[in-house]
Design a protein around this ligand. Structure first.
Ligand code: HEM
Length: 193
């Protein structure tokens, strides 16, 4: 199994099944394929208007990059809506996460935008008075959570690997040291009251 498939699988396994993306979610998305695709231009515009209106996210982009980024998001949306949303898709999401690590896009930015997409679908589904607006919104909510889990887990795993490659620190040691640091910080916070 490739490393990237393994990372996506680990993230999915850690999520209780009720919270993760499921086959019924894929079915409801498939039923609304055409409607979801018709929202593409509006989603892409709203997504990048949001990122470009906020200095920390705007700072990620190079001069003149927006048209290319709009095309990649359009491609992501089409692939997401058309499916299949299987292990290959989530492994691709782990890889897309890495593309963002290279550009120093932070996890809070990624999670904020996965949530943005879910909220966009919820708003549009209700505005269009779709009969199953609620199941469709829930499907995108679980999909966003799952994509976010895969991306953030990939970030952690690659940070640990980078430390191993650069300084030879075993990932298990890093985990133990992180837990110890957290314990020490918690103790200090409790003393502060
Ligand atoms: C729901 C969240 C997001 C999704 C689904 C998404 C999707 C994508 C995809 C599919 C690509 C192309 C990947 C490739 O070339 O293989 C990409 C590239 C990129 N995205 Fe995102 N993105 C998200 C959030 C963000 C955020 C929050 C930022 C910046 C604040 C961002 C900035 C970029 C940049 C700069 C690239 C180009 C990377 C490069 O090739 O140098 N993205 N994104």
């Amino acid at each position: 199994m490739s490393k990237i498939l393994e990372i996506a699988g680990e993230a999915l396994e850690q999520m209780p099944p009720e919270t993760r993306f499921r086959p019924e979610d894929e079915e409801v998305i498939a039923r609304h394929r055409e409607t979801l695709l018709s929202w593409t231009p509006e989603l892409v515009q709203a997504f990048y208007d949001t990122l470009f209106a906020h200095p920390p996210t705007k700072a990620v982009f190079r001069e003149g990059e927006r048209p290319d980024r709009e095309k990649t998001l359009e491609g992501w949306w089409q692939r997401t809506v058309e499916g299949p949303l299987d292990e290959t898709y989530f492994a691709w999401m782990a890889k897309v996460g890495l593309v963002h690590v290279v550009r120093q896009v932070e996890n809070p930015m990624m999670l904020a935008m996965t949530s943005f997409v879910a909220r966009f679908v919820e708003r549009k589904a209700h505005e269009a008075k779709l009969s199953d607006a609620d199941p469709l919104s829930e499907a995108f909510y679980r999909l966003s959570m799952t994509v976010g889990a895969v991306i953030t887990h990939g970030y952690d795993r690659h940070q640990a690997m980078a430390l191993y490659n650069v300084a030879g620190m075993e990932p298990a040691l890093l985990e133990r040291l992180t837990a110890e640091e957290a314990r020490a910080l918690l103790e200090a916070l409790r003393k502060e009251g």
